[in-house]
Design a protein around this ligand. Structure first.
Ligand SMILES: [Zn+2]
Length: 594
């Protein structure tokens, strides 16, 4: 396997704070994967940022009485703080409103345009009859032709989720003054996906290691690919880098087109910020490098068909051929890892109906590791999963506090009380060797599952070792071996070694508590590095916050490291607080307002 891994994480949309359903789809799985990949010796580049263009940002800015930029600034900061709190180890988490992003997006557009994959087409656009000005799509409202919803917007229907054109709406009216818009011919650019279908098909036919449902879904789309609009009548987005278009205030690149290019632009920005501006090419231009994309299932099409199509076109590899574009020959995704949806007590999260659990609220009351653990063991990995307070309390109390917390606490407490240090192992017997062997074997099993993004399987195998160690302690009863301190110490040594192994196995899931277990076992320094919020400058633009970190220097390695006998131990502090059972019925007060 290659030593270079790009973890490309879906970009959260910055029109409000993100809820736990969002981070269960893109955030936690990609971080568990990246932490494991780094621990097992790969050179990981994990990038993402906030997606800040498009109509919903403009609409929310109006609702909050702000400019679009002010609104994007506000929720970019909220999201950065939430993701930092969750411990998501981005090498760079940036945003789409940077000059760097505009530059890379425009270069990708130019590469596609020069090769003939971006074609102009005439459509009907809305104009105000009283002023003669172009009306942005979001200012047209009418009845959805698909579902009949009476407040659909000119670009999409919020009820059925379909993308629309303003001219599709039944009884369209201007939201500015209620007049009926006039429709006149207007020019837009389209991505010529049919000209990329054959190249996409031969690329997809080699993706035999993908999950069958993702592969089949993507292959089925190829036969019905149509040219897709990449510009809109809107005023908030990346300008179109062509003479006669650049300065038109009402023509911008469509938000989805610029957002998928974010993986590339964030890699370019990361390279510049780390002092080696060409370094991104090691992940994008070296055909040996691997690229894993993480997202919710509603975004598969962008990552398995549209973005690979854009890359092929820029590379000059579709039906029209062409030159290699301004970004050079770029790698396509190696793997598309999609999650299903997390629901809340049986129904969809809904901000408008108050049925929502925001990441920030959750972190404030319960900390990051309990949520990370819940998402790993009970999240929407292969099928939709339901979050209930009952299940959250049960898993936190029985698995984290009773099983794992208790194993750590009693084994370190006894070793501290009897010896004050890691005890010697001078009388190891078959039962001890058996457990130690099982715990060492888990590195291969858990690692293999994590490499394939099988998080449930990986976490339950790690927890199985914890259960085995608890059973071992209960059977060996070291507290009854006062008259045989050599044997007692060997049992405690064995238990501590398995605590150390299990802590390594659980580090990708529980990085914050893993650091504390590392210290409780007498370890020093950083075990599991965390992201930091840094304020960065951009020449010609305002400063902004990003997430970055020094993960390469972290100590944790994916292997069993022998604990040195005689290393001093302190009395341990409890790691996982038990949650009040009353919480299981209603959740915290802030969650019961719906
Ligand atoms: Zn509709």
């Amino acid at each position: 396997m290659s030593s270079r891994v790009l973890t490309a994480v879906a970009w959260p949309y910055a029109n409000g704070p993100r809820h736990i359903g969002h981070v269960s789809g893109f955030g936690v799985p990609s971080d568990v994967f990246s932490r494991y990949m780094r621990m097992s010796g790969h050179d990981v580049l994990m990038v993402s940022g906030t997606d800040e263009h498009g109509t919903p940002i403009s609409v929310q800015a109006e609702a909050e009485g702000m400019t679009t930029r002010e609104l994007a600034d506000k929720y970019n900061r909220v999201i950065v703080e939430d993701l930092q709190g969750l411990g998501l180890s981005y090498d760079l988490f940036t945003r789409t409103t940077t000059l760097n992003h505009y530059d890379v997006v425009q270069k990708m557009f130019t590469g596609l345009y020069d090769n003939g994959y971006v074609v102009p087409k005439t459509q009907l656009g809305a104009v105000s009859p009283s002023t003669g000005r172009t009306l942005p799509d979001r200012y047209i409202e009418g009845t959805c032709p698909i579902c009949g919803y009476d407040s659909a917007r000119g670009d999409q229907c919020d009820n059925c989720g379909n993308q629309l054109d303003p001219a599709d709406l039944i009884n369209p009216v201007s939201r500015i003054n209620g007049e009926t818009p006039k429709f006149v011919e207007t020019e837009h650019f389209f991505l010529d996906l049919p000209a990329l279908a054959e190249s996409l098909g031969s690329w997809l036919s080699k993706r035999t290691d993908w999950r069958p449902n993702v592969l089949r879904f993507s292959q089925n789309l190829l036969s019905e690919l149509r040219p897709r609009a990449i510009t809109r009548d809107l005023d908030w987005g990346v300008p179109i880098p062509l003479d006669g278009w650049r300065d038109q205030p009402m023509k911008r690149l469509y938000v989805w087109f610029d957002a998928v290019i974010g993986y590339l632009s964030a890699s370019v920005e990361w390279a510049r910020r780390t002092g080696d501006p060409e370094a991104w090419k090691k992940w994008w231009a070296d055909p040996e490098a691997l690229a894993y994309y993480f997202m919710g299932k509603d975004n598969i099409v962008f990552h398995s068909v549209i973005w690979p199509g854009m890359l092929l076109g820029q590379n000059g590899a579709g039906d029209h051929g062409g030159q290699v574009g301004p970004m050079g020959t770029l790698n396509l995704p190696s793997e598309v890892v999609s999650s299903e949806f997390l629901t809340m007590s049986g129904s969809k999260f809904s901000t408008s109906r108050g049925k929502v659990i925001y990441v920030g609220d959750f972190l404030r009351d319960f900390g990051p590791d309990a949520l990370r653990y819940f998402i790993a063991v009970a999240g929407p990995e292969n099928q939709d999963a339901d979050f209930t307070w009952d299940e959250f309390v049960r898993r936190t109390n029985s698995e984290l506090a009773n099983e794992w917390g208790n194993l750590i606490n009693r084994s370190i407490s006894m070793a501290h009380r009897y010896v004050g240090a890691v005890p010697a192992a001078d009388d190891l017997r078959d039962r001890d060797h058996e457990l130690l062997k099982e715990s060492q074997a888990a590195f291969g099993i858990v690692g293999d599952a994590l490499r394939r993004s099988r998080f449930k399987q990986a976490s339950s195998e790690a927890m199985r070792i914890v259960t085995q160690a608890n059973r071992y302690l209960s059977e060996a009863e070291p507290w009854k071996l006062k008259d045989d301190p050599v044997r007692r110490d060997s049992v405690l040594h064995t238990a501590l070694q398995v605590v150390s192994d299990a802590n390594t196995l659980l580090t990708p899931f529980l990085p914050h508590s893993a650091q504390r277990v590392h210290e409780a076992l007498g370890g020093e320094g950083v075990w599991a590095a965390q992201p930091e919020i840094r304020t960065v400058e951009e020449e010609g633009g305002p400063d902004y916050p990003v997430l970055m970190g020094e993960y390469a220097s972290e100590q944790a390695r994916w292997e069993s490291v022998p604990l040195p006998a005689g290393r001093p131990l302190a009395k341990p502090e409890p790691l996982f607080a038990k949650l009040d059972d009353k919480l299981a019925e209603t959740g915290p007060e802030w969650a019961s307002i719906a």
